[in-house]
Every structure is written in structure tokens, then in C-alpha cells.
Ligand binder design. Sequence first.
Ligand SMILES: Cc1cc2nc3c(=O)[nH]c(=O)nc-3n(C[C@H](O)[C@H](O)[C@H](O)COP(=O)(O)O)c2cc1C
Length: 377
Amino acid sequence: MADLSTTFTGVRFENPFLLSSAPPTESESNILRAFEAGWGGVVTKTIGLHPVVNVAGPKTKFLRADADSPRLSMKKRPGAALHSSWNWELISDKTLDWWAPRLGRIKQAYPKHALVASIMAGSGNDTELRHWQELAIACQEQGCDALELNLSCPHMDRPDMGSNVGKDTELVSIVTQVVKDVATVPVWAKLTPSTTDIVVEARGAFLGGADAISSSNTFTSLPLVDPETLEFEINVDGLVSTGGLGGPAILPLSLAKMAQLTQAFPDKSFSGIGGISTFEHALSYFLLGCGTVQICTAAMLDHAIGTTVIRELNQGLARFLEKHADKGWTHVADFVGVRRDRVVAQSKIRRPDDKGYHGGYDAEGYASTEELGTRTS
Ligand SMILES: Cc1cc2nc3c(=O)[nH]c(=O)nc-3n(C[C@H](O)[C@H](O)[C@H](O)COP(=O)(O)O)c2cc1C
């Protein structure tokens, strides 16, 4: 039997597959079912101090693509394949008081399974920063193995919450530092992909003391307009706001973000998220340098907690370890990052004629490298 276990930021996981913070982890019963089904860990639905009120209508829908036409629509129809999930759900509508005893009970029932608490507060002043600490202390007191800071929810109005924090390097650093000041367990920072250069915000998180970066949360996006009704496919009273795109469509986008991160910080820890539903998808994240991966959309569509998904992820990893045993790969850690260095600048990719391309410099009608004082190829 292959050993699927791994240690990530000092926490032992029976396997490197986690349910990400989202509806599959929104209740005690779901989390217990998830552990029973074989998930190595779960990140709870994000916990806050204050009650939140969601929109009056569906919070999540799934966009599907036809096999034989370019049509994309949220309308259910036979033969269409999943393209993405779209959601504008806020953090948990249950507050810390509701969560705390349940976290303790879950940990007692499954002491060997990793329970990560996702937390979020405002960051506008010292009182609000102390809310982060209050959340962190309460969750770790209940036995949570790690904390994940939600710096990435894409639909918060306040400039000091969610992805608005994740877009502000200084706030990322401050929030991380404030939580690290009281944390006795590892702290992961979940960053937003909706920024110009995620490496900048990651640097802020690491400066604040983050033990790992989780990426990606959903990508800022809009649903499509229905050409018949001229209404957005998901709306309340005809109105929509930007929400988050997840699922298969974001897999290549999230991988690109992850490659940037793992190349910039090859010695740091990363948890890969975005579009994973099979071991093959997860493998790309591992090979780029992620020690664990997290799944949401695929699990939502599979008995609400991914019963089949986790079985196939575990089987896929076991098969992979068996196949590559001759390379000495007996654990996930043995192949984490082995393809990180294959992502290079365009100019490093071989041309039919080696002299043909110089990264847009020299001999292509643009300023020469000498004139600019730079050299990229
Ligand atoms: C309905 C829904 C609710 C979510 N809620 C949260 C949340 O509370 N906290 C959080 O950090 N991420 C949240 N996410 C983001 C997911 O954890 C995950 O980062 C994202 O969906 C990408 O993964 P996927 O492609 O596997 O879905 C949510 C996603 C969805 C679809």
C-alpha cells in the first residue's frame, strides 16, 4: 500500500487533498462526512465574528459548454460539459459562537484529520485587527491544526475585507503579522488572483510571517447575459455584482499564478487551488511546487462533499507513486516542484533559427538591449 501521507507547514495530512473553504465545509455534518469519505483535511467555510446576509436568490450556479456548438450557458441541458462555477456567496452565515464548539467536536471525532479554520475580519483599525486575533485564538483553542486567512473573497464591498485586503500588500502584511502574533499553529494566507502581480502580495504575506500561501480563490467575473431575456443568467431583481469564477475554466489561470509564486519563493510552502477534479489536475500543482491541493467546485457537484472525487484522487496518487517508484518517489514531497523550472521566459523557448528571436529586443525594429541597458535573452 502506497503511503499517501504528507507533512505540510508542520501539520501531518493522511493525504495531500483538502476540501477548500466553501459550501462543502459549511457545517459540522459535511466536515464529518468529508473525513469519513477520505479527505486528508478540510478548510472550514470562512468564519467571521458578525452575521452576514446573502443575496435573495441562488448563491452559486454552474456554467456549461455544449460539445457541438460554442454555446455557454447556466441553463441545465443534456450533453453539456462543466465550464465553471460562478458564485457571489459571502463568508459563513454562522458566526464564531456557532462554529467554536463544533470545531472542538469535529477535532475530537477525527483527531488525525487536519482541520484548518478559515477566518476573516475587517482590517480598517486596531479594533478590527484584534477581531482577527479573537478568531484565531478561538479556533486554535478548539484544536484547529492551522489557520487560513481569507484575504481573497472577491465580493466584499468594504475596502478592508477579502480580496480588497489581498490587493493591498501592506494590509496583507499587517493582517498576517497580527494573526502570527497570537497564533500557536501555522498560518496560511489565501491570496486573490485578481491582482497585477501576485508575487508582490505573497511577499507581503511572507514578510508578515505566513507559513504558506493558498492560491487561487475564485477569479472576479460576471455571468453572461441571456440573449433571449436580456437578463444576466444569475441576478436579483435584474441586478448583478461581480462574483467569483471557479472550476475547470480557472485551472490553467491558477496554474500560471502558482508558477509565478513557486518560482519567486522556491523554498516556501504552497497549497494549490483552482479547477481540480482529478489526480491529473492536482499533479500539475504538485509538480509546480505545491505540497497540498484544495478542491471546491468538483466536490460541490459530487454528493456535496466530493465522495467520488476524493476516492479517485487517492487512487490516482497511489497509482502514480507505484508507477514512479523506480525514481525513488515514495511520497508526494519527492516530486513536489520537479517541473517548476520548466516555466521560462518566451525568449528561452527554442526557435527554428536560434538567431531569430531576442525577446523583442535587437534586430526586430525595437530598441537594442545596449540602448536600454537590459538583457533578457
Ligand atoms: C460557492 C462558493 C463559496 C466559496 N466560499 C469561500 C469562502 O468562504 N472562503 C474562501 O476562502 N473561499 C471560498 N470559495 C473559494 C473556494 O474555496 C476555491 O478557492 C475556489 O472555488 C476555486 O476552487 P475550485 O476551482 O476547485 O472551485 C468559495 C467558492 C464557491 C464556489
